[in-house]
Design a protein. Structure first.
Length: 484
């Protein structure tokens, strides 16, 4: 019978995010190794790197501050393209934008492998370009999911697709660490750069913007998409021109979703960049122990992301909860538990208690993906990439989080208590706000009409869209509107 086409799309999406977000970790590992200011013997699990002193070794007279400038360049580019990325995914092919983002970023890695040693300016520019490219990835993926996720499988498909983000850190750390120590200083760059380029070839060859554009789609799968009202229309200039900006920017569910993304970015950045320093300051742990303790949360989160989506889909399909209740329930359990654990963490007396709280917090936080990652598709399927771009602008929370931590942080437990209390309280507030104003229903301003859809046989960037497909989507949405 063959593998369902949507399964191929989901699996390739998972691999794409696994590689794309692995780029960050690989680059960090390379910087740790090549910069002379770093004590490499104290920051790696690998003993006696075999490339030391050989032709495959590289040591640069750059300061640690220089590597921080590279990260700044990346995050500036990453923030800049969040909102434009959402608009581009409506106007042009979202699959090409997602695939292009990974191809560009992977190509930058290969270029860095050859040119990094010549000038830090080259690295700075390459990292900025990578940030610009990667910033469009999640808004574009929201449009892909909007087309390829049947209503009954929406949270599960989103969960599996995005779980690659959370698993990427653990996998990239091991692969790049071993490659750097035992192959060459730039082996990690070559490996991940090559994987990204190879992945893009499969993605461009196998994935289409809409199931209805897939000529080899089985009759059974075609019926699933028609019956469950998935978006069968590709993006077009007409859809892009009719984006209801005023309605979007005055929508309370959109504000609730933005705040949830903002505080999640705040917490995620803190866990990723500040928790290792917390273990060192508060409990005087060595780097090897810190690395071991911090390796568990990403793995558990990647599992809970998938489980959360499957469970919420099951509850909704069994009519145990409404879509809105399902989204709110997953966010309350996921982010609510995370917020409480962070508040309790402020009063942890030993590193074992602290590490258990962090593991529980991040493990349960993955359940909320069934809410905040899926919600743009719920609220406005045809504008989901635009909504994702808007709410993903909340990644500014990550910059604010690290800035505040840097200002308040001192080498004592009291300063960390203040950081955790601020973070946990803000996160808890966003949970309450979402539980009041969040929604899982398609908004009135997002209902498709002939005004916003392409007309009979209108040519789009990807080919002709036939009127019968428009009739299908209108009929399904009208039926859904009557039910609600």
């Amino acid at each position: 019978m063959g593998c369902p086409k949507r399964a191929i799309v989901v699996f390739l999406s998972f691999l794409g995010f696994l590689v794309l977000f692995g780029f960050r970790t690989v680059f960090t590992m390379v910087m740790v190794y090549v910069i002379k200011d770093n004590d490499n013997d104290g920051v790696t699990f690998f003993k006696e790197c075999t490339i030391n002193g050989t032709a495959y070794d590289l040591q640069l007279d750059w300061s640690v501050a220089t590597s921080q400038y590279f990260n700044t360049a990346y995050f500036v580019g990453y923030v800049i393209t969040q909102l434009p990325g959402g608009f581009l995914a409506v106007r042009f092919s979202p699959t090409k934008i997602f695939g292009g983002a990974i191809l560009i970023s992977a190509s930058c890695f290969v270029i860095l492998a050859f040119s990094m040693k010549y000038s830090p300016i080259i690295v700075f520019v390459a990292r900025f370009i990578q940030g610009l490219a990667e910033g469009v990835s999640q808004p574009a993926m929201s449009s892909v999911v909007s087309a390829w996720a049947p209503r009954s499988e929406r949270a599960g498909i989103v969960g599996f697709s995005f779980s690659g983000i959370y698993l990427s850190t653990s996998l990239a750390s091991v692969v790049s660490g071993a490659a750097t120590c035992y192959v060459s200083w730039h082996a990690g760059l070559f490996i991940y750069g090559s994987l990204g380029i190879i992945w893009s070839l499969f993605w461009f060859g196998l994935v289409y913007d809409s199931p209805m554009m897939q000529s080899s789609l089985s009759e059974k799968e075609r019926r699933i998409f028609e019956e469950e009202g998935s978006k069968v229309l590709v993006a077009s200039a007409r859809v892009a021109k009719n984006i209801p900006w005023r309605a979007i920017l005055t929508s309370r569910p959109v504000y609730a979703l933005f705040l949830a993304n903002f505080t999640r970015s705040w917490v995620f950045a803190m866990v990723l960049t500040e928790i290792p320093q917390y273990f060192a300051d508060a409990f005087s742990l060595n780097v090897a122990t810190i690395g071991f303790l911090t390796s568990f949360p990403p793995i558990l989160m990647s599992v809970s992301v998938i489980l959360g989506g499957v469970i919420v889909d099951k509850l909704i399909n069994m009519e145990k909860v409404s879509i809105t209740a399902g989204r709110k329930l997953s966010l309350i359990i996921g982010f609510g538990s995370e917020a409480v654990c962070i508040l309790v963490l402020a009063f942890a007396k030993d590193y074992l208690t602290a590490s258990i709280l962090i593991i529980i917090a991040e493990g349960l936080a993955g359940l909320s993906t069934a809410a905040f990652k899926v919600n743009p598709v719920d609220l406005a399927p045809q504008y989901s990439s635009v909504l994702t771009g808007i709410v993903r602008s909340g990644v500014l929370g990550a910059s604010i989080s690290t800035a505040i931590a840097g200002t308040l942080r001192q080498k004592n437990i009291q300063s960390w208590q203040r950081i955790f209390l601020i973070t946990g309280s803000l996160h808890l507030f966003s949970v309450v706000f979402y539980s009041v104003f969040g929604s899982g229903e398609q908004q009135e301003w997002a209902q498709p009409t002939y005004k916003t859809l392409v007309s009979d046989s209108e040519s789009t960037d990807y080919g002709s869209v036939e009127k019968n497909n428009i009739d299908v989507i209108l009929t399904v949405h009208n039926d859904e509107k009557k039910k609600t």
